[in-house]
Design a protein around this ligand. Structure first.
Ligand code: FES
Length: 556
């Protein structure tokens, strides 16, 4: 056996010779980025080993690390097997998502307090009746009417946020958040559908997710000093795939044409049946979903942004791994979604990382040169989505890339004070932001693909409704990293049309805000289900104009 020690976590494991380094680190609780789930294609599972430890792993051949990175001691954990005792200094920020910035706030939404679950004390029998609507769920001995809680949970493809709410007062008592543990098996929705389409894969994805949600329920309850068994209802908001995986529904039909739904939401499931550790009488409400790719996160967003009652032309865009969007014209709604890919989450980007400590989140270019900021104001270690959009947007605005996205590093761009940032890594030009963090030509291509997908969705949805960008009165940007973006960068990139300048508002995590409103006010569920039934869902997968518009949208 070989001994693997992780001093910063206080963990020592014994493993068989030949054990995968990635699996060993996962067992130790290190949440290493591994969006390709160890197939050796994403290059994200890099681990730095001290020079004297390097001989204790054997790495399969691959070309995902540069010579310079290998010399620094980096290996790919999924391609490395352990062949001796190892001591690994893991960055504590990698352990269980610590240090990650997860957007849990949304704009508050005032709703009347009418929860689905209620309690009444019967003095004659000295017991408390628990009701779901008018249906008796059960009876508890004694007077427990003072203890009635609920959970609003946003299940994002990348992150999870749970809010514990007192259903008697409507007050939020505590929140908990983390990475979605499923992300280790694949960063995007399609890879989860693929894994979840086999029974053991589905069990793994659901089991890991529910275990994490149970930790959140316990954590939030502990913060508030309440018993998780006094939580009687949870609302799960998330895209269609996340909802299916959370309740153990086979997602296979979501991954292939004609993308049919086997479950449409607007329903309850029993908490115990899915392993959620709240009251044994507890229920989980799933908001309505509109299609395979316009899910409950968007119906929650429609509620949170009050789109059915908003006059004028409003465009709501949830930017994430999928670009989901809704166009409201005096309350009449059209929705669609496009696959932006994980670039905005910092994935598939050479120095990309999630929005955690040390991530470069702001970049600006000016006559004074290049300026940047990192999350936590610490040493820069990578580039997260907002920093990526900033640097590419700034280069596009200042002539550092041409309209086709090509680096202008050979002096064709005007002489700029940040000219010295151009360098070569492994013979290829890169734009060095700071220290180890740089932007490659390939990264610019990833941004182009992602922004073109969202822009094409916007253009086609406007066209479907006979509108031009200038006719849009308000643009609401939602999503797990929406607050961290700059309008200027989104416009410089061409992700948003220039006509949107001055009309953009960042509305935060509307999936969670909407879930909380549904938890507190059950009549809103019926109203939202009726609205969802009237939304015109534009399927871009079958739309012949999508490819043309997408190609046109690639330009900066
Ligand atoms: S290359 Fe190792 S997990 Fe993707």
């Amino acid at each position: 056996m070989n001994k693997v020690t992780l001093p910063s976590l206080g963990v020592t494991l014994e493993v068989e010779p030949g054990a995968s380094l990635l699996e060993t680190l996962r067992h130790a609780g290190v949440d290493l980025e591994s969006p390709c789930d160890g197939s050796g294609t994403c290059g994200k599972c890099r681990v730095k080993l001290a020079a004297h430890e390097r001989a204790h792993v054997r790495e399969s051949a691959h070309d995902l690390l540069s010579d310079a990175e290998r010399e620094e001691g980096f290996v790919l954990a999924c391609q490395a097997s352990i062949c001796g005792d190892l001591e690994i200094e893991t960055d504590a920020a990698n352990a269980e998502g610590e240090g990650l910035r997860i957007l849990s706030e949304g704009h508050g939404l005032d709703v009347a307090l009418e929860p689905w679950i209620s309690k009444t004390f019967d003095p004659a029998t000295a017991s408390t009746r628990i009701l779901a609507g008018n249906t008796l769920l059960g009876v508890e001995p004694g007077d427990t009417t003072g203890r009635l809680y609920g959970l609003a949970i946003d299940i994002g493809t990348t992150t999870l946020v749970a809010a514990l709410v007192d259903l008697r007062t409507g007050c939020e008592l505590a929140t908990a958040s983390s990475l979605n543990p499923q992300a280790r098996y694949g960063q995007d929705v399609l890879s989860r559908i693929k894994l979840g389409s086999a029974p053991d894969g589905l069990a793994k994805l659901q089991g890991d997710l529910i275990a994490e949600l149970n930790r959140h329920a316990a954590d939030a309850a502990a913060q508030a000093g309440v018993d998780p068994r006094d939580i009687y209802e949870a609302v799960f908001s998330g895209n269609t795939t996340m909802l299916y995986l959370a309740v153990g529904t086979d997602p296979a039909t979501l991954g292939k044409y004609p993308y049919t739904l086997t479950r449409r939401g607007a329903e309850h499931v029993g908490a115990t049946g899915i392993g959620l550790e709240i009251s044994p009488l507890g229920l989980v409400y799933l908001p309505p979903v509109m299609s395979a790719y316009v899910g409950a996160d968007i119906t929650s967003g429609i509620l949170a942004a009050d789109l059915p009652h908003t006059k004028g032309v409003v465009l709501f865009v949830d930017i994430g791994t999928n670009g989901e969007m809704v166009l409201g014209i005096d309350g009449k709604l059209t929705a669609t979604s496009t696959a932006a890919g994980p670039a905005f989450e910092g994935m598939n980007i050479t120095c990309g990382m999630r929005a955690g400590r040390g991530a470069v989140e702001r970049v600006s270019l000016s006559d004074d040169g290049l300026a940047f900021a990192t999350i936590g104001s610490t040493e820069p270690s990578g580039l997260c989505g907002s920093g990526l959009l900033d640097v590419v947007g700034e280069l596009a605005a200042h002539g550092g890339v041409d309209k086709n996205g090509r680096f202008q590093h050979n002096g064709t761009a005007p002489d700029k004070p940040w000219k010295s940032q151009w360098e070569r890594v492994d013979g290829k030009p890169v734009f060095r932001i700071t220290g180890p963090v740089y932007l490659s030509q390939k990264d610019v291509r990833q941004v182009q693909l992602a922004k073109a997908a969202i822009r094409a969705g916007i253009e086609l949805m406007l066209k479907e409704n006979g509108l031009t960008p200038a006719r849009v009165d308000r643009v609401l940007i939602a999503g797990s990293f929406g607050f961290h973006l700059r309008t200027e960068s989104l416009i410089n990139l061409g992700l948003l049309p220039r006509a949107f300048a001055g009309r953009v508002e960042f509305v935060g995590n509307t999936s969670r805000t909407g879930a909380q409103a549904l938890l507190l006010n059950h009549p809103a569920r019926g109203r939202l289900a009726r609205v969802a039934g009237t939304v015109n869902v534009l399927e871009l997968a079958n739309n012949p104009a999508f490819e043309t518009t997408f190609l046109q949208s690639l330009a900066f």
